[in-house]
Design a protein around this ligand. Structure first.
Ligand code: GLU
Length: 543
């Protein structure tokens, strides 16, 4: 078996070490953040609760030393009373894991307002659970027998913030989701030029197991059966069957944060007995000379079916998706499983071909790379933000999980994560939020932006902010509004715009000043006249 790539990569893709060490003094501030309820003392349970709210779970390897330290310090029975940490004890307990703990305390992780995301996922899970449409795959008894009610959603951000709801501990087969990692492994081993001498990269426009090839006689892409069979022909050709399978299973384990994946032998046996179409695809490709010379077709087909029969739960699949979102580095272990180039290629093909013959529609409405499988699994990647795994066995006519698709729809309705949402933004017009923003950050930035634009008389920028739902009469800490600043700087067209938009014409700042006072003080007589008229204020005699 070849040595799997391992070891820590210190590239910028690794975020866990990204936080600058805040030094002893401000680590005390971090302690104070955690110990808000009981100044000077911190219970380990409170520390874990705050971390948990930020999405950093107890089994996260990046806080393993801290957990071990705290467990050692718990009073042994029959001693009673909670262990409380002083600031010094907190520093000692967390010294190996400071980076991640400080970033969690300071709201600096990829999704700073993680509780808001959790609340949305809970709501979406509850709402979508009511949908019982679709039918489980029935081409093999093992899939036909799966309880169709099961439904799980798991999320993992590129900073390893995790949350799961529903049947997140139940294993299911990867099925076609295995095609993603199979393709990545071929790229890592041979590079894209060699790989794409054997498989295309165009959507086929046909069903996933259609007996069809491109003009060169090759599979259309690696996300359909023929292409995935080709990936299996290319992965670690020099190894025997057992080591080739171990290599793939080990890769899933590394992507998923280090927990071993399973294998469903009965699914494998059943699939093998009913794989006529996959055998037909294999023989057709061999007839066309698509495989590299020396390919053992039967071994390749068995390997393909074994890869489809690997089992994971949604917790693992979400971490694997987050590893792809994080350019190939597992957020929990910092294991650089794939190169960024490999992931880029894979996400491109997931975007265009990952959702069977619904891929174009999915790209249009959801706008994110994803891959589904007939087990009801759906792996969704939000590049540089998070991975999401959804599992619910009932499928629609395309072979995609009904609830899986609906969860994606609702997520994209709430958040500006569609690739091209960057063109339309967030706010009132779209009704979408940006999960990358800190709590209150959008409102604060909006007000600062408003005041800044007003002082420059930038009507276009003010219009844009209004479109983003920033209230035009919002005031800063001193009670200064856009109208005060526009009046003080003599920006008549902006004053007219704001008044036409119905802002309060006489807001009072913390010193008791109104926009009219600003206009008068700065000598903008025409503006003073306008504001006096609008507010019904008697005109001051000219000096
Ligand atoms: N094992 C299935 C097949 O090869 C995979 C189907 C799928 O998930 O698309 O037919």
């Amino acid at each position: 078996m070849p040595a799997a790539k391992s070891g820590k990569r210190t590239a910028t893709r690794s975020r866990a070490h990204g936080a600058a060490d805040r030094g002893g003094e401000s680590h005390a501030d971090v302690f104070a953040c955690f110990a808000q309820d009981s100044p000077g003392r911190l219970s380990p349970d409170r520390l874990l609760k705050v971390l948990n709210e930020a999405g950093i779970l107890r089994d996260d390897p990046r806080i393993a030393e801290t957990i071990a330290h705290l467990d050692r310090g718990r009073p042994a029975p029959p001693a009673t009373g909670p262990l409380l940490l002083t600031a010094e004890e907190f520093t000692a307990a967390t010294r190996h894991n400071r980076g991640i703990i400080e970033r969690a305390a300071c709201g600096e992780l990829a999704v700073p307002d993680f509780p808001a995301l959790v609340a949305d996922l809970q709501r979406i899970h509850e709402e979508v659970r009511a949908d019982r449409s679709g039918a489980v795959a029935s081409y093999i008894p093992q899939l036909a027998r799966v309880d169709p009610e099961q439904f799980a959603i798991s999320v993992c951000t590129v900073d390893g913030q995790r949350f799961s709801i529903g049947d997140a501990d139940v294993n299911f087969c990867l099925q076609s989701v295995s095609k993603t990692v199979g393709y990545c492994l071929t790229l890592e081993e041979h590079g894209p030029d060699t790989v794409h001498r054997h498989v295309g990269r165009e959507p086929s426009g046909q069903g996933f197991n259609e007996l069809t090839f491109n003009k060169a006689g090759l599979p259309h892409n690696p996300m359909i059966n023929a292409g995935a069979i080709m990936s299996c022909a290319l992965i670690q050709r020099g190894l025997d069957a057992a080591d080739r399978f171990d290599f793939v299973a080990e890769t899933w384990k590394r992507l998923a944060g280090g927990r071993s994946v399973g294998f469903n032998n009965s699914v494998y046996l059943s699939e093998r007995n009913t794989a006529d179409r996959n055998f037909a695809l294999g023989y057709s490709m061999r007839e066309r000379g698509a495989f590299p010379p020396g390919t053992d077709l039967l071994a390749t087909l068995e390997f393909y079916i074994q890869c489809c029969s690997i089992e994971v739960d949604t917790r693992q699949m979400a971490v694997a998706a987050a590893s792809l979102a994080n350019a190939g580095v597992c957020p929990l272990t910092e294991d650089p499983v794939f190169s960024a180039q490999t992931v880029r290629h894979c996400l491109s093909l997931m975007s265009s071909c990952g959702m069977y013959d619904f891929s174009g529609e999915f790209a249009f409405t959801i706008g994110l790379p994803a891959k589904s499988g007939v087990s009801g699994a759906l792996m969704l990647v939000v590049p540089q933000l998070m991975g999401i795994a959804i599992w619910s066995p009932r499928l629609d006519g395309h072979g995609n999980s009904v609830r899986g698709i609906e969860v994606c729809r609702r997520l994209v309705d709430c958040y500006n994560v569609h690739t091209y949402d960057l063109l339309t933004g967030t706010g009132a017009e779209t009704g979408k939020r940006d999960p990358r923003l800190k709590r209150h950050q959008s409102a604060t930035e909006g007000i600062v932006g408003l005041c800044f634009a007003a002082s420059r008389g930038d009507v276009n920028e003010i219009r844009r902010l209004a479109a983003c739902n920033i209230p035009l009469d919002a005031a800063d800490y001193d009670g200064r509004t856009a109208l005060h600043l526009a009046a003080a700087e003599g920006h008549r067209s902006l004053v007219e715009y704001l008044l036409a938009k119905g802002v309060d014409p006489r807001p009072v700042d913390r010193w008791g000043g109104t926009p009219l006072d600003d206009a008068n003080r700065s000598g903008h007589r025409d503006l003073a006249r306008l504001l006096a008229e609008v507010t019904g204020t008697p005109r001051r005699p000219a000096p």
